[in-house]
Design a protein around this ligand. Structure first.
Ligand code: ZN
Length: 477
């Protein structure tokens, strides 16, 4: 019997992985086994441990992966899948492939660093502690990627085809329309991946791409994200608030530390900072972009400017590449990174990872969290169980490198940067559907967010909505 099975992002926001099995033992049709997304579990240990479990069907028996976008919680398990024996193609849009080439190798590097750290501190019960995958394994997995442009139908078998349509979430982000059953009686399944802000929202700096989410959909089965299923994003202009936070910090002699996803979010933030400096709304303090991916990330960002919305395109036209700006420093090597620690004057540090789960941001926070003059500014989602969420929630201390670090800094979060639609925006998108799906499954949300969105969709639209459970199988027969 053909089925859909939720292997991740069920009951949580990470580890997106959905298996489609069209193998029908009773017929002589061979069928296929596909994964839509292949994400890493992040956050609390109970979730991260799942990264070490095998897939319910052997990796070597999976025929293909269709990838919605390049965030780690959607693509970060790919090198592991390849390590476990997967040899099939990984279909993704061209910008997603470029982004993955930076993000996955960086992830491999971080996995190796973490294993090295545990071995040095003997802090793992495994001897030796091993990385989930290495940088080399991440690089090797890039050989499996195959570009598929938006809106082009790709045939996988006589019975199965798919098409990427725009999700409006991040550069290259797509939804997957999957058609199954041949032309005449094809059934349509829609996997949203992550859904971006509604197109006409003027004050959503997180929204960078010009098109999406795709309107007028009519799937029979909808698998939909619910990250902000219980939230309303603030609608005001973020710039005055941002200027105030930065100016106040600099005036009291502190520095602003911004944990940010290295690709796209960081660049959009840099353009806003540049604009605030050029219009004298904030002082011209040095800006350090400290991520091993920083330079490559800027290059990818600049390569796809035709994908950007009008506002972002104008900023790029006005100011050119951030790599050429005076006072903006990109730190690709570890020695350069260390020099930032010696800065005794106010500065702005943008560093990854965005949820403080690893990377160079840890060194900056270790040094700067105890000083009340400093400011930590969050511009992205913080998943439960991550250090980012601990700091954001107002905790008094956080564990970094086996050390309990006191948190005395000011902490702020600007939700306007979100590149996920909020509840109203999600509903607004669903209202564009030509027909309600027979079944809607909510994934990629914490339990409260998913349950709130379930209520709202069923009460306002009258749709049949369920919350997906981990390893649950939905027959497609
Ligand atoms: Zn995403």
């Amino acid at each position: 019997m053909a089925y859909l099975q939720f292997l991740g992002a069920a009951g949580t926001v990470t580890g997106s992985k959905h298996l489609i099995n069209t193998r029908d033992d009773s017929s002589h049709q061979p069928g296929l086994q596909l994964l839509i997304d292949c994400g890493l579990f992040q956050g609390a240990k109970e979730w991260r441990l799942r990264n070490w479990e095998d897939t319910p069907v052997p990796a070597r028996d999976i025929d293909a992966v269709i990838l919605t976008h390049a965030h780690l919680d959607h693509c970060g398990w790919i090198p592991r899948l390849a390590k476990e024996g997967f040899k099939g193609p990984i279909f993704a849009t061209p910008p997603t492939i470029d982004l993955c080439s930076v993000i996955l190798t960086d992830s491999g590097h971080l996995q190796e660093e973490e294993a090295r750290f545990h071995n040095k501190k003997k802090s793992s019960k495994h001897h030796p502690a091993l990385p989930l995958y290495t940088l080399q394994e991440a690089e090797d997995s890039m050989g499996l990627f195959r570009p598929v442009p938006f809106d082009e139908t790709r045939q996988l078998s006589p019975q199965l085809s798919f098409r990427f349509v725009r999700a409006g979430h991040i550069l290259g982000s797509s939804m997957v329309e999957l058609f199954w059953g041949g032309d005449a009686k094809a059934r349509k399944l829609l996997f949203t991946g992550d859904i971006g802000r509604v197109p006409m929202q003027p004050n959503a700096p997180g929204r960078l791409v010009h098109a999406g989410p795709e309107r007028n959909e009519d799937p029979e089965i909808l698998v939909m994200e619910s990250t902000y299923g219980n939230r309303a994003h603030p609608h005001g202009d973020v710039r005055p608030h941002l200027a105030e936070i930065i100016s106040q910090t600099v005036n009291r002699g502190g520095s602003v530390v911004v944990p940010a996803f290295a690709v796209e979010r960081t660049q959009k933030f840099l353009f806003l900072i540049k604009e605030l400096m050029e219009s004298s709304q904030i002082p011209r303090v040095p800006v350090f972009v400290d991520s091993p991916m920083a330079i490559k990330a800027v290059e990818i960002f600049m390569k796809y400017t035709e994908e950007f919305n009008e506002e972002a395109r104008q900023l790029v036209q006005k100011y050119g590449s951030p790599l050429t700006w005076a006072g903006f420093h990109f730190a690709p090597k570890q020695e350069d990174s260390r020099k930032i620690n010696e800065m005794r004057y106010p500065c702005i540090i943008v560093s990854s990872s965005g949820m403080v789960t690893g990377g160079r941001i840890l060194h900056h926070l270790l040094l700067r969290l105890p000083d009340p003059r400093n400011q930590v500014l969050f511009i992205g989602f913080q998943a439960p169980g991550t250090r980012g969420e601990t700091i954001k929630s107002g905790a008094r201390s956080v564990r970094i490198f086996s050390e309990e670090v006191p948190i005395r800094v000011q902490v702020a979060a600007l939700e306007q940067f979100s590149d996920h639609a909020d509840t109203e925006e999600l509903l607004g998108w669903l209202r564009t559907f030509k027909a309600p799906p027979n079944n809607t499954f909510l994934v990629h949300g914490e339990p409260e967010a998913a349950s709130r969105l379930q209520q709202v969709i069923s009460s306002q639209l009258g749709w049949n909505v369920k919350i997906a459970h981990w390893l649950e199988k939905v027959p497609l027969g």
